[in-house]
Design a protein around this ligand. Structure first.
Ligand code: S3P
Length: 167
């Protein structure tokens, strides 16, 4: 284990937050979540921010906070919003400052996990179709990761075990 950050990336509903929290506890490192950090800074939710300022403004905020966390935090487990990989600069910075883990899942599994979720602005409308569309649009964007785990048929414990065998 070296001193860099461990970063979890992947689409919404792939388990980043659940796994990241547990991983941080096991490794005795701080856990930081980019979305949670931003909500704390603004004092309101991601959904409200999207409604007020739109996606591009959100991406600017997300990019800035990632940069700060990567350079100013002690070695941490950092979980990220699913769209953070859309900007090349974020992909480059994550790769430079951390061991990057891509949690993946098939669109049907994601839809099942998120069927009661009201917090994600990009999933308004027909959930199955939106997920399939985003899955397609993001194809390849997570491939820069050092490790990829398909969580579709794994328990949280199994995902953790796989990560701990590789970090
Ligand atoms: C987004 C994912 C969300 C959040 C925002 C946009 C995305 O985070 O950042 O709703 O573009 O995939 P999670 O991946 O934690 O749901």
């Amino acid at each position: 284990m070296n001193k860099r950050h461990i970063l979890l990336i992947g689409l919404m509903g792939t388990g980043k937050t659940t796994v990241g929290k547990r991983l941080a506890r096991v490794l005795e490192r701080p856990w930081i979540d980019t979305d949670q950090f931003l909500e704390g800074k603004w004092g309101y939710s991601i959904a409200d921010y999207f409604a007020k300022y739109g996606e591009e403004a959100f991406r600017d905020e997300e990019t800035a906070v990632l940069q700060t966390l990567l350079t100013d935090s002690p070695p941490s487990v950092i979980t990220t919003g699913g769209g953070i990989v859309l900007r090349e600069v974020n992909r480059e910075r994550m790769k430079k400052h951390g061991f990057v883990i891509h949690l993946d899942a098939d669109p049907q599994t994601i839809a099942k996990r998120l069927k009661n979720d009201q917090t994600r602005p990009l999933l308004q409308g027909d959930l199955h179709n939106r997920i399939k569309q985003i899955y397609r649009e993001r194809q390849g964007k997570y491939d820069f990761a050092d490790l990829r785990i398909d969580t579709s048929r794994l328990t949280v414990d199994e995902v953790l075990k796989e990560i701990l065998a590789n970090v």
